[in-house]
Write a protein that binds this ligand. Sequence first.
Ligand SMILES: NC(=O)c1ccc[n+]([C@@H]2O[C@H](COP(=O)([O-])OP(=O)(O)OC[C@H]3O[C@@H](n4cnc5c(N)ncnc54)[C@H](O)[C@@H]3O)[C@@H](O)[C@H]2O)c1
Length: 326
Amino acid sequence: MRALVTGGAGYIGSHLVRHLVDEGAHAVVLDDLSTGFADAVDRRARFVEGDIRDPALVRSVIEAERVDAVFHFAARIRVDESVKDPAKYYRDNVAASLALFDAILSGPARVVVLSSTAAVYGDPDPGVAALGEDHPKRPLNAYGESKLVLEGALARYGQAYGLRWAALRYFNAAGAHEDGSLRERHEPETHLVPIALEAAAGERTALTVFGRDYPTSDGTCVRDYVHVMDLATAHVAAARHLAAGRPGGAFNLGTGRGSSVAEVIACVERVTGRALPVVDAARRPGDASVLVASAERAERELGWRPTRDLDAIVRDAWRARRPRAL
Ligand SMILES: NC(=O)c1ccc[n+]([C@@H]2O[C@H](COP(=O)([O-])OP(=O)(O)OC[C@H]3O[C@@H](n4cnc5c(N)ncnc54)[C@H](O)[C@@H]3O)[C@@H](O)[C@H]2O)c1
């Protein structure tokens, strides 16, 4: 495989790049470093600093590197920011990605794997234990909407231009490479596992729990945490599936097992051996009570199964943050 990874200097993209080069694939990263880090890009990959909105650059990279598959991670990812400034998400996610797709279509590469999200579902129908891909999609914010728009564009482009595409709807990506050399780095950090680890490390005074009155077993929100290296294997499986001419579309990526905020806190305390300072706050508007994936389609069609649980996620993330702590 000869892969172009947009956003490959970011959290999930850099883990995919590591997996690709470990598997002997050729990887080229296109990243403008707006939220990513050049030192996260494996040295065996080629790094091009630039914007996905630059069609001449995209075309020249695809041609020069003889790219056959594009993994498209580059995006803005903050739900709260997308509520305050939706225009940024239509510009930086929708318009920028459409420009990227145009540039791809003018060249030979025909396989595109899009990073999508569980945020396309919004607040799911109550009582549904695990969401399938056909569950109604009612995004609550411009972030989720931006990914749904891109999925729709890819579906049309697939029919009209022969683009082979998959939209991988990650639930909650977490964890780090097992060897501790790569980790989640978002500034500011908005994700629970790294925030809890920052609190465990004493880098943050406390962890805030938003709402203990949800209709869940312990009152805190339930999410499906999926290890970033399991996401990496899913991307390779999806690209191979598409390259073999098999049907694409949307695939949920999760473990099918929900963990509450309180369970994540308990897991972090167990793995780190430290008590977490916790403060309680009111619910945040727009947080669904429960978001758990049914990833049966990915298992059935891509042959993908996550192999790491919440303990592995927290252990790997903690090891990457504090190499001497374990
Ligand atoms: N982190 C999660 O839990 C999660 C969940 C669901 C979906 N996703 C999706 O996965 C993808 C990656 O998320 P992440 O957590 O790694 O985010 P990240 O911010 O760490 O990575 C995004 C990368 O894209 C780059 N980038 C942004 N705009 C660009 C542009 N116009 N041109 C070139 N590079 C650009 C950034 O510099 C950064 O390196 C995103 O598309 C996100 O929507 C993430």
